[in-house]
Design a binder for this molecule. Structure first.
Ligand code: SAM
Length: 281
């Protein structure tokens, strides 16, 4: 009979956050599949758990997943853990879980801490609908494009961010999305835990004081949900603004129109249409 794959959440900092069920499962399984065995060894040592571990986060992840799946098919009980929090949230563990489903191996979640859920729950930001976007792209152009997409987003957006890139991302956020309320949740459940609330500009001022350290979740509130109307706006004034944006920020005309549409919270397509109609008159 095939074994079972337990997907076990572990603490994101404070070890008291481990659940009783996670402890029992980790004590009972035949094998614990980890991102980094040295990291998980510290957790297991703290709770006096002595089970074999193996890393699934190696050079050849596909081959490693295959070997774990064979073990599951041969009847082993395996716990899948990540370095911190809930496994398979922006880490490669999902390959094993997907493979287990495909082969008819039972998958059991053992829920517990998750950084972005903890951040959202303590942020006071609108949480009835939200999008979790994982890590923002590291490259500037791709990151700008990802943030551009948020201009029309009417749900709260959540990202993981590295401390080294936080300031740059906040500057991009301010440039692209203006003064949206946001929360920066840093080092949750750890000694230097911090929940910062404010605008991107305020956050830049706050986090520029000293190097940002630790782990960070960024939560951005949606823009105004109903796009504004162009009816009351003077097209000559809009053209002048587009020229100024193009000149001062070095933007192409298309980019300047995009930027203006964001500033005014109007539909970019509608703004183009009005400008072209006006030109043809
Ligand atoms: N599995 C994890 C979870 O459930 O939250 C997330 C793994 S993801 C690869 C790692 C990212 O999670 C970090 O770069 C950081 O953005 C976020 N993170 C993890 N622990 C955190 C903490 N204690 N405080 C704030 N963010 C944290």
């Amino acid at each position: 009979m095939a074994g079972t794959l337990y997907v076990v959440a572990t603490p994101i900092g404070n070890l008291e956050d481990i659940t009783l069920r996670a402890l029992r499962v980790l004590r009972e399984v035949d094998l614990i599949a980890c991102e980094d065995t040295r990291h998980t060894a510290r957790l297991l040592a703290h709770f006096n758990i002595h089970r074999p571990t193996t890393s699934y986060h190696e050079h050849n992840e596909a081959e490693k997943a295959e070997r774990l799946l064979e073990k599951l098919e041969s009847g082993l009980q395996i716990a899948l853990v990540s370095d911190a929090g809930t496994p398979c949230i922006s880490d490669p563990g999902y390959r094993i879980v997907r493979g287990a489903h495909q082969r008819g191996v039972r998958v059991i979640p053992v829920p517990g801490p998750c950084s972005f859920i903890a951040a959202l729950s303590a942020s006071g930001r609108a949480s009835d609908a939200f999008t979790f976007l994982g890590f923002l792209p590291a490259r500037k152009n791709a990151r700008t494009a990802a943030l551009d997409e948020l201009a029309g987003e009417d749900r709260t957006s959540i990202f993981f961010e590295s401390p080294e890139r936080l300031l740059e991302t906040l500057e991009d956020l301010e440039r692209i999305l203006g003064s949206r309320p946001l929360t920066i949740a840093r080092e949750l459940t750890k000694i230097y835990e911090e929940l910062f609330s404010g605008t991107a500009r305020e956050a830049v001022a706050h986090f520029s004081k000293k190097p940002v350290k630790g782990e960070v979740v960024l939560i951005v509130e949606p823009g105004a949900s109903t796009p504004g109307s162009l009816d009351s706006l003077d097209l000559a004034v809009l053209r002048a603004r587009i020229a100024t944006l193009a000149q001062t920020l070095g933007l192409t005309k298309t980019e300047a129109v995009k930027q203006l549409a964001r500033e005014l919270n109007v539909s970019r397509r509608e703004l183009y249409r009005r400008l072209i109609e006006d030109e043809e008159r």
